[in-house]
Design a protein around this ligand. Structure first.
Ligand code: FES
Length: 84
């Protein structure tokens, strides 16, 4: 199911102002744009009318997830929800 979700996210517009999809962002991240500023320079995300208010949190989360997938030592411990 996660690949199906990835395919959907590839076509979803993340930066609505600039019509940049999740797939385009992921491609730029894989090619070495590992910060929001680098992505801004490479594919111009966050340069629309909203000045990244809508897209920056989503892009930062995408960057964080990618970095965590590269570094196995930064894996988060599973959250321990207490059943009250
Ligand atoms: S949604 Fe990205 S700049 Fe507005």
């Amino acid at each position: 199911m996660s690949t199906q979700k990835q395919v959907i996210n590839n076509f979803k517009k993340v930066c609505i102002c600039r019509s940049v999809t999740g797939g385009t962002i992921m491609k730029a991240i894989r090619e070495g744009s590992l910060s929001f500023e680098a992505l801004r320079r490479a594919i111009r995300v966050g340069t629309g009318n909203c000045k990244a208010k809508r897209c920056r949190p989503k892009i930062e989360a995408q960057l964080q997830a990618y970095k965590e997938s590269l570094d196995p030592s930064s894996e988060k411990a599973p959250s321990s929800k207490a059943n009250a």
